[in-house]
Design a protein around this ligand. Structure first.
Ligand code: SIN
Ligand code: MN
Length: 281
């Protein structure tokens, strides 16, 4: 899959691209069917909401779940990112955010690259965020919100919020958000399950809590240009990966056929990947 010049220009201007229904319903079903068993596991990769046992985010499923290992190598996801960076990419972070009906808590306004730079010593903002909807995203179930064009401002000042949700995050203060929104407004791409968003590591984003009766499960992948790999291993390896092997794509039908994939963490997380503090984005 190749991005057109118009899409490249749009990405440069706005900091994101939206691909409605990029994956088909049967492809999404393979992934959706796997999520309850992943969320039921008692392993450090499952971070729960502050109100109880509901999973807020699950890390690194591509290392212990075959369908997600195939998604991590999907050409419809990897190729446009490789094209944008002009070089091979590796998986920096992989998460499945629950945003469950009634319980799914908010994500404060933030940029991801600030954390990648400060904590992981990633040299440049040459890592791409990819969101893939496993449920329909509508105006009620906490859609991801962007401030278009905010990626052009580089890394903004942020404070470490350890109180608002169960997951610590480097967040941007309200005054800055007010100014950014005056310039760029707010957009919230909505669409059916299977839709995909690519968004820049410096694009300011957030989402509200989910008061609706509909889950909003989405996969968030961060693909980093290999030459831009992280230099510091401060956070646990299951949050900021330390394996910089380039992603090799599987065929386009890989979600519907049983292509073989490595599952190195199937029997548990290696001890050395657990060391480090749980921190932000
Ligand atoms: C969201 O799930 O709405 C946002 C998650 C993130 O920014 O990582
Ligand atoms: Mn984020």
């Amino acid at each position: 899959m190749k991005l057109t010049q118009a899409q490249l220009d749009q990405f440069d201007r706005e900091g994101y691209l939206f691909f409605p229904a990029h994956f088909s319903a049967p492809e999404v079903k393979v992934l959706v069917d796997e999520v309850p068993a992943l969320y039921a596991q008692r392993r450090p990769e499952n971070v729960r909401e502050k109100t109880g046992d509901v999973v807020r985010t699950n890390f690194a499923a591509h290392l212990y779940s075959a369908p997600f290992a195939r998604l991590a190598r999907h050409p419809r996801m990897v190729e446009p990112v490789r094209q944008l960076f002009g070089e091979p990419v590796y998986m920096h972070q992989f998460k499945i955010n629950g945003k469950q009906a009634f319980d799914g808590d908010l994500w404060q306004w933030h940029q991801d690259y600030g954390t990648w730079r400060n904590d992981d010593h990633m040299p440049e903002a040459r890592a791409m965020n990819v969101a893939i909807f496993l449920d329909e995203v509508n105006e009620f179930n906490g859609p991801l919100m962007f401030i278009p064009g905010s990626h052009k401002l580089g890394v903004l000042e942020a404070e470490h919020d350890t109180a608002t949700t169960s997951y610590p995050l480097w967040t941007i203060n309200n005054d800055t958000i007010r100014k950014l929104v005056e310039r760029g407004g707010i957009v919230a791409p909505k669409g059916p399950a299977g839709s995909m968003i690519l968004f820049h590591g410096c694009l300011v984003h957030a989402s509200t809590s989910n008061l609706s009766p509909w889950n909003r499960v989405s996969v968030y992948l961060s693909l980093c240009a290999v030459s831009n790999h992280i230099r510091r291993f401060k956070r646990p390896g299951y949050i900021a990966h330390r394996d910089f092997t380039p992603l090799e794509c599987l065929p386009d039908d890989c979600l519907l056929k049983d292509y073989e994939v490595p599952l190195p963490w199937k029997d548990g997380t290696p001890a050395e990947e657990l060391k480090g503090a749980l921190k932000a984005a």
